[in-house]
Design a protein around this ligand. Structure first.
Ligand SMILES: [Zn+2]
Length: 297
């Protein structure tokens, strides 16, 4: 089913990463700059992430002995220092997720470079090292993103959906490891319901949502792929949902031969395997198109 599985460390059958995007209330300020501060209920729902969910999640990770990745907009790093300190003291990775969750596709190449650098500066100051990885806010990877990430020394991106295993993004500037996921592993479709965020879905029971995530895991375990959950503390960190996540983690660990790791470690492993010739990744050349698609007639 997968033509080029990665030789995962210690003979593991698949690599697993729960990535939590701690967007907090950046989302409501971006969506409603004119009156966001009066939307107290929405802000309370989003602050649940750093205030309540992150400590809960970190306690779970501590109990299971896991280190994982958090993607955090730099504005949220400045706004919620206690949550970030707790992530860092648990040995977790804090990776780049925009400045205030701005849409990279809205700006020029120079605008995009400005926000990328502003985020790097905050992460470097707070964590003591440059970020290795990036996830575009709302998967809005632009046709300039790969070049800019390469120029700023990033090792990996985690925004795209082009494979079941890591692959390479190559541009004229160089290359980047892509650690892909997809909407089937995102917690917005099953859970998010918010008039303020203009996203109103019928809320799914945790057991049903987890069933989908678990089916994705079983396939990756069987075929030696990469399972990356794209979740959010304010969404999946709610009590009943996180309890279901703990059950899923127990199931995965019980399966055996599963490599749980932060994305920076997965990317470093993939890079080593490419360099020593034990992994031949698929390569996507970017940009996909240099001009608008016109079919004429
Ligand atoms: Zn986000």
């Amino acid at each position: 089913m997968i033509r080029n599985p990665v030789p995962w460390p210690n003979g593991a059958r698949c690599a697993v990463a729960i990535t939590l995007d701690m967007d907090a209330d950046s989302l409501v300020h971006l969506a409603h700059p004119e009156d966001s501060t009066s939307r107290v209920s929405a802000i309370s729902m989003l602050r649940y992430g750093p205030e309540v969910a992150v400590p809960r999640v970190l306690e779970t990770y501590r109990r299971f002995g896991l280190r994982q990745t958090f993607f955090v907009p730099a504005w949220c790093i400045e706004q919620y220092p206690r949550a970030i300190e707790a992530m860092l003291s648990g040995g977790h990775e804090v990776a780049h997720h925009g400045y205030i969750h701005e849409n990279p596709r809205d700006g020029t190449r120079e605008d995009q470079r400005y926000w990328l650098r502003r985020g790097i500066e905050v992460i470097e100051r707070v964590t003591g090292k440059r970020p290795r990885g990036w996830r575009a806010p709302l998967y809005n990877f632009s046709d300039h993103s790969a070049d800019l990430l390469i120029e700023e020394g990033f090792v990996y991106d985690a925004s795209l959906m082009g494979d079941d295993v890591p692959y390479v993004l190559r541009t004229e500037r160089g290359e980047l490891i892509e650690l892909p996921s997809h909407w089937g592993l995102d917690d917005w479709p099953p859970y998010v319901h918010s008039l303020d965020l203009d996203y109103v879905m019928q809320v799914m029971a945790p057991e049903r949502a987890i069933e989908g995530f678990k089916a994705e895991f079983e396939a990756m375990w069987e075929h030696r792929g990469l399972w990356i959950a794209v979740w959010h503390p304010f969404v999946s960190g709610r009590l009943a949902r996180w309890r279901a996540v703990e059950t899923l983690i127990e199931h995965m660990l019980g399966r055996g031969d599963v490599w749980f790791a932060p994305l920076e470690e997965i990317a470093a492993h993939v890079r080593r395997c490419i360099d020593d010739g034990t992994y031949a990744p698929r390569v996507d050349h970017l940009p996909y198109y240099r001009e608008p698609v016109s079919v004429g007639r």
